[in-house]
Design a protein around this ligand. Structure first.
Ligand code: MRU
Length: 352
């Protein structure tokens, strides 16, 4: 086992590229079969791309929205930042409303608004610098989190992950997938299982593709195989990301995460949430208060454009669920590890 880690060897995919006059988004609806960037020249194109899952993953949609503000600023004349913030309210609200559950979106927009409102005549440069800082800080947070999370994992462990939490979902390296990358490089992890993550198949399409770029061969399982996998003893940790972590540690993440946490507790498998501090929402007391996004039921009816459901059926399509903090063994952020999170531990780590 080694504790050294060559980040650049494992960190090649960039889902978001700022060209100076447009935002390029790696189209995650088409991966892994087509690798194609979509060019956004307006903030409404960015909002639409966030809603359509062209760009997805909590940190990534926050970063995309920040650049969306820079694009929205193009059409605005203002003497100072306060005036600009006033004039940019409507496009910023449309970016905010693109998806409801991941707090990173609202967090990034609030941060952009704050620096803008405080800026003088140079407000355009100020917000462009801030968007870049949001992306740079996310990458640095992920690298730190990877090291902290991996250190919790015993050598030669097996892990199960859900959805996609890698470079594609962030500025780079990933949250839960960053922990897995670091753990794999250090010899702590030697088996990675990826749940396919219906209905959008972020696990089967995105996580598998990402890990393959690194020379890590994950083992794909149907979401419904997770409890059985745990019963075999093949995994010691479930490692997932988060879209919102509440003041008591309750955590919203991709639908299916909650059932993994229940099964993990039943089988004595440890459960880790890895997310940057930008995913922590101390203003939301508990999971009860989280707005869970429900998407078009039509997403349930077909796979890859081929209808799989019988005709004339109804469907319910919530795309996130909440794992109670009592089922979480560790929350890992770039600021440190919180073991057995609860409100007191969260307040000690993140304040009020
Ligand atoms: O609907 P998605 O694909 O945006 O959902 C993504 C997830 O649930 C991720 O697990 C979460 O955003 C963490 S990504 C680092």
């Amino acid at each position: 086992m080694t504790d050294t880690f060559d980040f650049d060897r494992y960190d090649r995919i960039r889902p978001i590229r700022w060209t100076g006059d447009a935002l390029e988004l790696l189209d995650q609806r088409k991966l892994p079969f087509t690798v194609e960037y979509v060019r956004c020249e307006t903030s409404d194109e960015v909002a639409q791309a966030i809603h359509a899952l062209t760009v997805r993953g909590a940190p990534a949609i926050g970063i995309a929205a920040a650049w969306g503000v820079v694009l929205a600023a193009r059409g605005v004349q203002a003497d100072d930042g306060a005036q600009a913030a006033e004039r940019l309210q409507a496009p910023m609200q449309r970016l905010h409303d693109a998806r409801p559950t991941a707090v990173n979106l609202a967090w990034a927009l609030a941060r952009m608004r704050r620096v803008m409102a405080a800026a003088g005549a140079d407000w355009r440069e100020v917000i462009e610098r801030e968007a870049k800082a949001i992306a740079d800080e996310d990458l640095a947070a992920n690298r730190r989190m990877g090291a902290l999370g991996a250190a919790l994992i015993e050598p030669e462990s097996g892990v199960l992950t859900h959805c996609n939490t890698g470079s594609l979902a962030t500025a780079g390296f990933g949250t839960a997938l960053g922990v897995i990358r670091a753990g794999f490089a250090q010899g702590r992890i030697n088996r990675v299982y990826a749940g396919e993550t219906r209905p959008w198949l972020q696990g089967a399409r995105l996580t598998v593709w990402e890990l393959q770029q690194d020379g890590i061969s994950p083992i794909l399982i149907a979401d419904s195989a997770a409890s059985h996998l745990m019963k075999t003893g093949a995994v010691q940790w479930v490692v997932v990301g988060a879209d919102r972590i509440c003041a008591n540690g309750d955590t919203a993440n991709k639908i299916g995460t909650y059932q993994l946490a229940i099964a993990a507790r039943h089988h004595g498998v440890k459960f880790m949430v890895a997310a940057p501090s930008s995913t922590v929402d101390m203003a939301t007391a508990s999971g009860e208060a989280i707005h869970i996004e429900e998407r078009d039921p039509g997403e349930m009816f077909a796979l890859g454009g081929v209808r799989t459901a019988a005709e004339d059926v109804g469907a319910w399509n919530p795309v996130f669920d909440v794992t109670p903090h009592t089922l979480i063994d560790a929350i890992v952020t770039e600021l440190g590890v919180i073991e057995r999170p609860d409100e007191a531990a969260m307040r000690a780590a993140f304040g009020g």
